[in-house]
Design a protein around this ligand. Structure first.
Ligand code: HEC
Ligand code: HEC
Ligand code: HEC
Ligand code: HEC
Length: 411
């Protein structure tokens, strides 16, 4: 063995999760690994002899080292570290490159003409190496990392609103609108409209004038994430007649008043507020181009009936993407990628201490679907570029733990 001091590490890539006493016999090792059941072929890359590793090293020298280094620790932008990466993952990815199913990079050519045997061995070689040290770049920018949970911040900021709008935005006072079940964007716009005088209401203007933009956003998220309920206020009127008349409004306000457009939801709304709002649109004191015509076509009796109908519809929680801190988001990733990105599943890549530039790039490739993985594309749906960069920085800074290898006797 000429791998020098680390020879024992490289000796044998049985990937096990957790600690195995050094010197385990082959029998123990073979029965202990917590690898998932799979066909023998699937696991070739997880089992190798010292001879395989030595041959893998020769493949690496000839075909990989020019880009990945013989240490598997890359010094070139765009080239990932592969030292200490999980062996089945390395093997699987090389096969994807070989078949042209992943990207169009120098990698496709590098593995195109290698035999399956060579792939198994070179995967075993790199998997056994010590991983790269963690990046020392500053922690991810505070954008999402340090932001307090908006719903709890919003709850505190909304304390003064409860007297009229109810504890969680379910009104108990006729004339006071329900705020629960409303899309956060609508709540923000409505609050700002009072603040800047566009929507004329002196009392509401005074009440919200001291709120910062962050307060308003947080309050909107708070109400939007509460369990919705109908306003607990009287709603006299003929619901059946109201339902018929409401058909004209469903295009914008949704079936049953649960909106899927930018128009506010009306389901569960306080009846007296509903009537007041319609009258305000009618007489122009609340000016809105989409509501002017619908409101002017409704007579007073129908108005009351519609108010009763909408007040009795069940409001639904609007879709709100919960905003997570980096740490909370990373916990979701760690379910597959292991604690701090140290995967214990031979099929899931380790992320710890990977190059930041590489992580930033592949995360974008998954998000656009260019690099294909259903699990990854679903995970990244809706995340911003800033979120991806923060996650990349988070994982690059984690300490990578090598997988533990147990020697197998040579063939
Ligand atoms: C000409 C430069 C070059 C050579 C030679 C090369 N690679 Fe790569 N390798 C890259 C680049 C660039 C990427 C990133 C490509 C991408 O984003 O898909 C990469 C990606 C990989 C990946 C995917 C890593 C991951 O975390 O998903 C593996 C595995 C890999 N290389 C193994 C090898 C092995 C083994 C060899 C030798 C048989 C080799 N490469 C030869 C440049 C090279
Ligand atoms: C004293 C009672 C009172 C308090 C306290 C109060 N509001 Fe209001 N709010 C009202 C009334 C009445 C209306 C209806 C005004 C109108 O006709 O435009 C209203 C309307 C609103 C609307 C518009 C709802 C819609 O469906 O368009 C929002 C948003 C709102 N309030 C937010 C708040 C927030 C946030 C607070 C706390 C910072 C607050 N309100 C405190 C009485 C109150
Ligand atoms: C073309 C789309 C459209 C149609 C049709 C429409 N609305 Fe609206 N409606 C809106 C929009 C947009 C708003 C928000 C306007 C604003 O911010 O003042 C709104 C606001 C309202 C509000 C105020 C809600 C609140 O929380 O303050 C009520 C009540 C309402 N509509 C009732 C109706 C009724 C009843 C009908 C049918 C007769 C109807 N709308 C038809 C688009 C529409
Ligand atoms: C349900 C399991 C699962 C979850 C949750 C998950 N991943 Fe993955 N991830 C995978 C699998 C499987 C792959 C390999 C897919 C492939 O072959 O391209 C992967 C690949 C990756 C890669 C490419 C690694 C490399 O070396 O090229 C990165 C980066 C990554 N994931 C980051 C994340 C982040 C960040 C999150 C959380 C937002 C996350 N993953 C959540 C399963 C998951």
């Amino acid at each position: 063995m000429k791998h020098g001091a680390q020879a024992l590490h490289h000796l044998l890539p049985i990937l096990v999760a957790g600690v195995l006493a050094a010197g385990s016999s082959l029998g123990n090792a073979a029965s202990t690994p917590k690898v998932q059941p799979g066909s023998a072929a699937d696991f070739r890359a997880a089992f190798a002899t010292p001879q395989d590793v030595a041959e893998g090293k020769r493949v690496a020298e000839a075909s990989c080292a020019s880009c990945h280094g013989i240490t598997g620790i890359s010094t070139a932008k765009g080239v990932p570290h592969i030292a200490g990466q999980r062996p089945l993952y390395l093997y699987d990815e090389m096969r994807l490159y070989q078949r042209g199913n992943r990207g169009n990079t120098p990698m496709n050519n590098a593995v195109r003409f290698l035999s399956d045997d060579a792939l198994v061995k070179v995967a075993a070689y790199y998997a056994g190496l010590d991983p790269a040290p963690p990046a020392t770049t500053p922690a991810a920018s505070g954008k999402i990392a340090v932001k307090a949970d908006p719903a709890s911040a919003g709850k505190a900021a909304a304390a003064g609103c409860a007297g009229c709008h109810g504890e969680i935005g379910i009104s108990k006072t006729a004339g006071m609108p329900n705020l629960v079940g409303l899309d956060p964007k609508y709540l923000v716009d409505a609050t700002n409209a009072y603040k800047n005088g566009q929507r004329k209401h002196d009392m509401m203007k005074t009440l919200v004038s001291g709120l910062s933009d962050a307060d308003i956003n947080n309050i909107a998220v708070f109400y939007a994430t509460q369990k919705p309920g109908k306003a607990q206020t009287p709603a006299p009127g003929n619901q059946a007649a109201g339902k018929t008349a409401a058909a004209a409004c469903a295009g914008c306000h949704g079936d049953g008043g649960v909106s899927t457009s930018t128009a506010p939801s009306l389901a569960g709304q306080d009846a007296q507020y509903f009537i007041a709002a319609m009258r305000a649109y009618k007489d122009g004191s609340r000016a809105d181009p989409s509501m002017k015509a619908p409101a002017s076509s409704v007579d007073e009796t129908t108005l009351k009936d519609m108010a009763a109908y909408y007040a009795n519809q069940a409001p639904q929680q609007p879709k709100v993407r919960k905003s997570l801190t980096i740490a909370e988001m990373a916990q979701r990733c760690d379910r597959c990628h292991g604690v701090d990105g140290n995967s214990t599943d031979p099929r899931s890549p380790a992320l710890a201490a990977q190059r930041t530039d590489y992580l930033e790039r592949v995360l974008r490739l998954y998000r656009t679907g260019e690099r294909k993985s259903k699990a990854m594309t679903a995970m990244l749906d809706g995340l911003s570029d800033a979120d991806l960069d923060a996650l990349a920085a988070h994982y690059a800074r984690q300490k990578a733990r090598a997988v533990i290898y147990v020697p197998l006797p040579s063939k």
